[in-house]
Write a protein of this length. Structure first.
Length: 252
């Protein structure tokens, strides 16, 4: 398999696993009659962090980006090639982002299959949508956008910082654990206002799955909000790439 083919497969599998386990912990907490029902937001934070750990662990072949904001942040940071050794160009960027979107959709479908009976038993359409995609605690598109920009900035800036001790994506040298802990920390500290998408694929892929799947009593997919967890992380990731280019050499 050529490098781009391997990158595509790696990112699909890694992102699918990330979303399966990440959406899965939300389903466990939010849907009726689950063992983890009402487990709390910290349980969700930890579950998403461990989901990232699993996704990164199985996708080292591609540099384990699993997030368009990370991919675009690395481009903004001036990367000449990704951690997989693939040159940075339009084709490779689109390969990464396309694979991440497809993987996120697949992971969401498997999450629905795993919790099918609980989706059927859950009376609240909002809880069902919340398994798939993020939504704001207080709906204010401008401030919600700011929250997503800041959260994603932290993610990408620190991941690039990891990369100063290893590969371009900051993952294979240190392993998946630091990235997982970072995601838990962002969720615990900055996740309250929006549910912290910090990843356009993680939100948009599952939201599309929600719209397509035959989920009993699912209601709408809240498309009026859907641009926030896409645009915010992209802006945050690119800003982090630029900031890291300037600041990290100074900070040593």
């Amino acid at each position: 398999m050529d490098n781009l083919g391997l990158v595509f497969l790696s990112e699909v599998v890694g992102t699918a696993l990330l979303v399966l386990l990440g959406c899965g912990v939300v389903a466990n907490v939010a849907l009726a009659r689950n063992k983890g029902h009402n487990g709390g937001f910290l349980m969700v934070n930890i579950g998403w962090g461990l989901a990232v750990f699993a996704g990164v662990t199985v996708s080292y072949a591609s540099g384990a980006q699993l997030n368009p904001a990370v991919t675009l942040g690395l481009v903004a940071n001036g990367a000449q090639e990704f951690g997989s050794g693939v040159p940075v160009n339009l084709v490779s960027v689109l390969t990464y982002i396309g694979a991440q979107m497809i993987g996120a959709f697949i992971g969401a479908v498997f999450c629905w299959l795993a919790y099918k009976q609980h989706f059927d038993a859950e009376p609240d359409a909002g809880n069902k949508l919340g398994v798939f995609s993020t939504g704001p605690a207080i709906r204010s598109y401008g401030w919600n956008l700011v929250t997503e920009i800041i959260g994603t900035f932290v993610l990408v800036f620190v991941v690039i910082g990891f990369g100063r001790n290893g590969d371009a994506a900051g993952l294979t040298a240190l392993g998946a654990l630091p990235v997982a802990l970072l995601v838990i920390g962002i969720g615990a500290s900055l996740g309250g206002p929006t549910g912290y998408a910090i990843n356009p694929a993680r939100d948009l892929g599952p939201r599309i799955a929600h719209a397509i799947l035959p989920i009993k009593g699912k209601g709408g997919s809240d498309w009026s909000y859907s641009w926030v967890p896409v645009v915010g992380p992209i802006i945050g990731g690119v800003l982090a790439g630029w900031a890291a280019l300037v600041l990290l050499p100074v900070l040593g």
